[in-house]
Each structure stands twice: as C-alpha cells, then as structure tokens.
Design a binder for this molecule. Sequence first.
Ligand code: SF4
Length: 222
Amino acid sequence: MAEPFLRITEIFHSIQGESTWAGVPCTFVRLTGCPLRCTWCDTEYAFHGGTRMTLDEILADVRRHPAAVVEITGGEPLVHPGAFDLADKLLAEGYIVLVETSGAFDVAPLDERAHKIMDLKCPGSGESERNLWSNLEHLTGRDEVKFVVTDRADYEWARRVIRERGLDERVHDGSLRAILISPVWGAIQLDELAGWILEDGLPARFQIQLHKLIWGADTTGV
Ligand code: SF4
C-alpha cells in the first residue's frame, strides 16, 4: 500500500505570533488547501499547489528545527484526514502540538493532548455559516477560541457567542484555556477594540499578530 501523504505549502521555524503561545519559537507545518474563503484571509497562497510529503518526510523536516512547539496550520488542516495522524506522530515524538483550525470541521478525532486553537468565524469573514458548533463540546482546558474581528458588528457577535454559549464561564472554571480577540490587521483601531473589551469586562485576551509587528504587515498569518 502506498505511504499516506499530505500536501504541504511550507514548513518553517519562526516566533509564534498568536494565542497564549505568542512569543515562543515554533515550527509551522502549513498544509495546502482550504474550502473556506474568509474575506480577510492572509494565507491565500496556501489554497493551491504545495508539495506531496509523507508523514515521515514531514517529521524529518520538523526535526531539522530546534523548537519544542509545532503548529499544524493551513489553509484548513483538518480537512485532511492525514492531519490527525500527523498530530499523533508529533505527539509521540514529544512535541507540544498546536492545531490552528477554522472550527468548520470536526475536531473530535484529534488527540486530546494537541492544543486546538479554534478560529470561530465572525460575520465579517463571510464564513460564519460554516462554524460547526458541536466542536465547542470537544474543547478542553488545553484549547483556545479565537475571534478575528473587522468591526463593531463582529465584536458584538463575538461577545454574544462568548456569553450565550458559556465560553466566559468555561474560561473562569478553567475548562477552556483562553478566548482570544484579534483585530483584522489595519481594519480596526486597536485602542477602540481594547476599550470595548474593557468596558464589557469580557474575559478575553486581546491579541495582535506579533509576527507582523516583528517582520511587517505583509508577513503571512500563522
Ligand atoms: S479558514 Fe483560514 S485559510 Fe481558510 S480562508 Fe479562512 S483564514 Fe484563510
């Protein structure tokens, strides 16, 4: 039987720019392909192309870098069944594994030891209908939920989801690691967004894309 493979856009070593892991050295494995088309997507180059690599070839490439943390990202990695096997293999080698996912695809098969960073799509993305709400049931104290907001309407949508779906309670009781609110780069005043979070007392972590501060706004997302 042919060895299973994944289509890979890039594997690179950098500073993690987002989530509670921001600032730590991290190896990124970017899988090719995404069925979504978020209006503000900054990784459109990962929609097509890529190189076929077996899981062993991917692991060998990851091992060339010194980081203890590996993020599986995309595109949308979980559209590929092999992404779950890749997470298993990385965990078996002792890596801390982060998985950045849109939340539109079932996360249930993912090993619980992997840290899910679930990017729930606000209306401004044009893809909020794709959120798979049953995924929230699979979030644990290792996992994080992210809202990328373009404007006040997106912020209010995120606030409603946080409260109505009890994410705020889950952060307080430790069964969810963090709620992240992130502005679309350049689309919204940072101090305005920070002010809304403070005014509402949301138990959210304001974040900006650190890698874009370090290397510039054209740097692609992680
Ligand atoms: S889910 Fe991610 S990769 Fe896919 S279109 Fe949206 S931002 Fe881009």
